[in-house]
Design a protein around this ligand. Structure first.
Ligand code: I3S
Length: 129
């Protein structure tokens, strides 16, 4: 039908610019490096595409962006970060099954709540094998 999406399996659920840092990698603490990054929620993955210039996130998958890193949300957990994790407000803590911990932040409270809801929903909908 004319109203159905052209690429239902590849259209992102959500995308936008968020502040992101890893705090743990493979269970080991790593130094924080807060970066403003395009963030794409697509299926059960959270993608941080490396874009060439601004505003290219919707071309993700095409030649306008190069994959920077992907977080597998299967078996991950999401929660609001406790105060000891960051002095910033509106911080989401995301823990993956392979021992990566990320902090995701925005000063925009409404936006960060939308991301919290979207991530929780994605993770909640997972079937862990
Ligand atoms: O958890 P930390 O170590 O207090 O995190 C802060 C540091 O990473 C700091 O960088 P350097 O210590 O490398 O200069 C950052 O500038 C801060 O943003 C980090 O803390 P917040 O509370 O913003 O997550």
């Amino acid at each position: 039908s004319p109203s159905s999406p052209k690429h239902p399996s590849t259209d992102p659920e959500k995308y936008g610019v968020l502040n992101v840092t890893k705090i743990t990698e493979h269970g080991k603490k790593v130094r924080k490096n807060w970066t403003s990054s395009w963030t794409v929620l697509q299926g059960s993955s959270l993608l941080f595409p490396k874009t060439h210039g601004s505003g290219a996130a919707w071309k993700f998958g095409g030649n306008q962006s190069k994959l920077e890193f992907t977080v597998d949300l299967k078996g991950a957990s999401v929660d609001w970060a406790s105060k000891d994790k960051s002095s910033k407000k509106n911080v989401i803590e995301l823990k993956t099954r392979n021992g990566t911990e990320l902090l995701i932040q925005s000063d925009n409270e409404m936006l960060i709540h939308e991301w919290h809801d979207a991530l929780s929903q994605t993770i909640g909908n997972q079937t862990v094998e």
